[in-house]
Design a binder for this molecule. Structure first.
Ligand SMILES: [Zn+2]
Length: 98
């Protein structure tokens, strides 16, 4: 867990995008953290593993490392899992060259 160096309160602490690997494995058969995402808000392209993941909200909120806007939200209830990806233009996954 990373706590901002500016002395912000602990609720601003976050994990890197690798924290999404386990929860997203319920939805995707590939490791989403290996993908590259593009932020809707600022256009920044970078690895999903580089997103800032906050677990203080209901579920997980992943924010862009460049502009701090929300890229992905995931909430898991008893019978339903919601995945909100409206902050992502696209995900690009590495594949074998075959
Ligand atoms: Zn951004």
């Amino acid at each position: 867990m990373t706590i901002p160096a500016d002395g912000s309160p602990a609720e601003f602490a976050y994990m890197d995008g690798n924290a999404l690997a386990g929860p997203l494995s319920e939805v995707f058969t590939v490791d989403v953290t290996s993908a590259t995402s593009r932020c809707v808000h600022c256009g920044r392209t970078g690895p999903v593993a580089g997103l800032r993941v906050y677990a203080h909200a209901p579920g997980l909120v992943a924010r862009c490392e460049g502009c701090d806007e929300v890229v992905l939200r995931m909430v898991r209830g008893a019978e339903t899992l919601w995945l909100d990806m409206r902050g992502t233009v696209a995900l690009a996954f590495p594949v074998d060259g075959g």
